[in-house]
Design a protein. Structure first.
Lengths: 308, 336
């Protein structure tokens, strides 16, 4: 009797174990020959470097090749050349963060026509792809706005000017963040000023923020890493830490500014998740699976002094 | 000059500037093979087509800058003219304007800046660095303002998908005889301006001014008119590159052509065009543009870090200029 019970328990455990393994594997099987080109907007911003790290982690895990082939600065012509190089270099799939929805579309379409699979990370273009992994920027921007309102109202401030520092009018992800941010202020007594563009450069953004501070703003929103760093530095330089700074993206500089109290919070994206999941999806697409162009929101975490 | 019994090779080398151009070509072959050995994809047919296409942009920029360099001047506004041309043509097309008309208006605007450059440098004797620095900012500012400080929408939204495809295929995506149109366009422009520089009176005047502007004036060369001509040619080539960039992206980008004037200097200098004026042939510029693009393409294909590209290219430019100075004053005696 005991032996039969033991046998039954063993059998059950085996079945259970096999079942868990099957679920955990997620059905991603790589042959090892897959060559994936990762083309982001530039090769120097921490956001893209982290995305690449996530991608390389997946590359090592699944035994495939992921080459980081981004241009050195954000430039449509250069990004198109990178796509062309990826096609000429015989890559099976391209993971791409498009500068904008239109510029590289023709080049991507040529790649698709040539049998190359496309996976979008962070920012899609107008060509149909196998899958997209990105942040829902509008929702994240709205969260940022709500956080700022919360802090201001806690401090008893219910009206005043708010400055917005964006990158440029062409980067969809940032434009959507601003849209979400402005939406959070609907019906409030705060006055949202005309957006200024700092090209994502921390120094330029700081100048803009300093001008906002001179005009007496109660809060500043930075739409990406450089804008946020500039805003935080300007608040620091002004000595007035009652101004509420909220931003986007994560970097050592931004985390330090939050620690010192010059920024209240930042919306940290998960570029490493985009990179990791993007590679997995690329492998699946290369091996013939139809992913149906699914768009996955990789989400944001609100990082404040307490929650870091 | 003793023409008797001169071998064809000697005759070729006797052409001034040919030595430098041939050196650049040899360098080009070495660099190309080196990259290909590291990554065989460099040798692939598609990569060669890509190379020919992307080199064409730098060739046109190189021609633009070479014409000005040979007279002993410089044109810093080239990059901004590229951006201005891309933005003007794209913005006009998004309003539905006929592409041909948009191209003509773009060209006209670039030529106006070219005339301004020519006058400031030729007639008012402003240092070319300062004059073209000013027009560089003005042209870039215009590029920003043309569409209200933002990049344009896709040109297809104004002129329709069919016309947009035709425009984009003509300048960038289409092929003729199996090679991208961009290459043929650049080749035609190259041949025309090669002819002008080497076989016409204007060309001889350009060299004369570069060698010794006072002697040239005393010999009856119209320095003002010739200077204006060089800046007009520069503006025309820049406009063309702007159109190519517009076709490449299918829209206008305010930052298009950023730093291109420097790439033009590099392409010319690598090919033997002296920044001091008076020497250099367009064949050298062609080699220089090819070297530049092969380096960029090769370094990208082997996955080299971005900084390395800049360092390598900078070193080559310095070496090329050093060779130029040594040859002029050193080993081979004074060349005049």
């Amino acid at each position: 009797m005991k032996r039969r019970l033991l046998a039954a328990v063993c059998a059950a455990t085996m079945v259970f174990a096999m079942g868990t393994v099957a679920f955990a594997d997620d059905e991603v099987k790589a042959t090892g020959d897959e060559k994936i080109a990762l083309i982001t907007m530039d090769s120097i911003d921490q956001h893209w470097i982290t995305l690449n790290e996530g991608a390389q982690k997946a590359a090592e895990e699944f035994g495939v090749t992921v080459d980081f082939m981004s241009p050195n600065t954000k430039d449509d012509a250069q990004q198109i050349e990178c796509v062309n190089n990826a096609v000429a270099g015989g890559y099976n799939a391209i993971m791409v963060a498009a500068n904008g929805p239109d510029a590289i579309s023709s080049a991507l379409q040529e790649a698709v026509d040539g049998g190359v699979k496309i996976v979008y990370v962070d920012s899609p273009a107008n060509v149909e792809a196998s899958a997209t992994f990105s942040t829902d920027n509008k929702a994240a921007g709205q969260t940022a706005g709500e956080e700022m309102i919360k802090v201001l109202e806690d401090a008893g401030v219910t009206s005043g000017k708010i400055g917005i520092i964006n990158v440029n009018a062409a980067t969809d992800s940032c434009v959507n963040r601003e849209e979400g941010f402005r939406a959070a202020f609907d019906g409030s007594d705060f006055e949202l000023m005309e957006t200024q563009y700092g090209e994502g450069d921390a120094a330029k953004s700081q100048s803009i923020a300093e001008n906002y501070i001179t005009q007496g703003v109660v809060g500043i929103f930075g739409c990406n890493e450089g804008s946020t760093t500039g805003a935080g530095n300007a608040i620091k330089a002004s000595g007035n830490d009652a101004i509420v700074g909220v931003g986007f993206d994560k970097s050592d500089a931004i985390l330090n500014l939050i620690d010192d109290g010059y920024l209240y919070a930042t919306m940290a994206q998960n570029p490493d998740v985009m990179g990791y999941e993007g590679v997995k999806a690329a492998i699946q697409a290369i091996n013939g699976e139809d992913l149906g162009g699914e768009v996955t929101d990789t989400g944001v975490s609100v990082l404040t002094k307490e929650s870091k | 000059m003793n023409n008797k019994q001169q071998s064809p090779v000697k005759k070729l080398l006797a052409i001034r500037g040919m030595g430098a151009a041939l050196t650049a070509f040899v360098g080009l072959v070495i660099i190309y093979i080196a990259f290909g050995l590291i990554n065989s994809a460099v040798f692939s047919g598609q990569n060669i087509l890509n190379l020919l296409r992307s080199m064409s942009k730098y060739l046109l920029i190189g021609i633009a800058q070479s014409y000005v360099l040979i007279t002993g001047n410089i044109d810093l506004s080239i990059g901004s003219l590229v951006g201005m041309s891309a933005m003007i043509s794209a913005t006009l097309m998004t309003t539905g304007m006929n592409p041909l008309l948009a191209i003509l208006i773009s060209l006209l605007c670039c030529l106006v800046i070219g005339v301004v450059n020519g006058y400031l440098v030729g007639k008012f004797k402003l240092p070319p660095f300062i004059a073209t620095l000013g027009t560089m900012f003005v042209a870039r500012g215009i590029a920003y303002m043309v569409n209200g400080n933002r990049n344009t929408d896709a040109i297809a939204t104004g002129i329709g998908k069919e016309a947009a495809d035709k425009f984009q295929n003509f300048f960038y995506y289409g092929k003729t005889l199996g090679v991208y149109n961009t290459f043929w366009i650049a080749m035609i422009v190259f041949i025309i301006f090669f002819f002008v520089l080497s076989k016409t009176r204007t060309g001889r005047h350009i060299y004369a001014i570069g060698s010794n502007v006072d002697a040239a004036k005393l010999s009856g060369v119209d320095v003002v008119a010739t200077t204006i001509k060089t800046y007009l040619i520069s503006a025309t080539c820049s406009c063309l590159v702007g159109l190519i960039l517009c076709a490449q992206a299918g829209m206008g980008n305010m930052e298009a052509g950023n730093m291109y004037e420097m790439y033009g200097v590099a392409a010319g200098v690598i090919g033997g065009v002296s920044p001091l004026g008076g020497t250099g042939i367009l064949l050298g510029t062609l080699a220089g543009a090819a070297v530049w693009q092969t380096l960029e393409n090769g370094l990208n294909m082997i996955g080299a870090q971005v900084g390395i590209q800049r360092v390598v290219i900078g070193v080559i430019v310095v070496v090329a200029v050093l060779l130029d100075v040594v040859v002029r004053n050193g080993k081979f005696g004074k060349r005049k």
